[in-house]
Design a protein around this ligand. Sequence first.
Ligand SMILES: NC(=O)c1ccc[n+]([C@@H]2O[C@H](COP(=O)([O-])OP(=O)(O)OC[C@H]3O[C@@H](n4cnc5c(N)ncnc54)[C@H](OP(=O)(O)O)[C@@H]3O)[C@@H](O)[C@H]2O)c1
Length: 230
Amino acid sequence: MAEVLITGANRGIGLALVRSLAMRGDRIHATCRRPAEAVELKALAASPGFAVEVIGMDVADPGSIRAAAAALAGQPIDILVNNAGVLGPERQSTLDIDFDGWLRTFEINTISPLRVVQAFLANLRLSAAAKILTVSSRMGSLAYNRSDRIAYRSSKSAVNKVMQGLATDLRGEGIAVSVVHPGWVATDMGGTGADLSPDVSAAGIVRVIDKMRAKDSPRFYNYDGSELPW
Ligand SMILES: NC(=O)c1ccc[n+]([C@@H]2O[C@H](COP(=O)([O-])OP(=O)(O)OC[C@H]3O[C@@H](n4cnc5c(N)ncnc54)[C@H](OP(=O)(O)O)[C@@H]3O)[C@@H](O)[C@H]2O)c1
């Protein structure tokens, strides 16, 4: 039984991860920015046999992150999944970009994952073999040369770099750090034409979590366990 913290757990891939991990008996600290509106998540938390605690946390608000960390002070966390993310503004081509929207995208997709890790690092250090997995995207791979959605792509390229550095800094403590591409998933972000259901993607991500080891990190995993070029 692992203690797991997930961000953006109220819908999409985050919600499917809560379901998948809770079904196998893990204990989930499921965070989302508006718990009062998280109807599906609260229904999961009320399911018999599921150990799911819903916690309010807006990853773009440092005070909110601090408050969530204070609520869990002294409790070990074995697995932290940075899942919360945004696609970014309407206008995001290199020739016509909404700069404020790009900054906001960076704040949520790039800066917040590290802010969350730092806030919960004391909890992770209480685990015998902690794991930090950030849900990134193949769209951020420098080997994938496309120019659409450049705000989103650059935010994911940057979070990959941040997590690569974090892996180096935490490897000696036995904490594994990697990033994962969840596939093209039918969520509000991925749209209805996507390849995978959230449950299939989440099942793959859970297998990735299980094979993460500090000595092997960092890796850029695809949801199916294969590896992607950074
Ligand atoms: N779907 C895909 O095909 C795909 C492909 C590659 C990568 N990804 C990545 O997978 C992750 C999950 O995406 P998804 O497809 O499940 O997207 P989604 O359905 O749009 O869900 C996004 C989640 O992030 C949360 N979030 C956004 N801003 C937040 C904030 N400031 N604080 C806390 N939570 C916040 C949302 O909460 P609210 O409900 O409060 O907005 C929601 O729970 C993202 O990092 C995304 O970039 C998705």
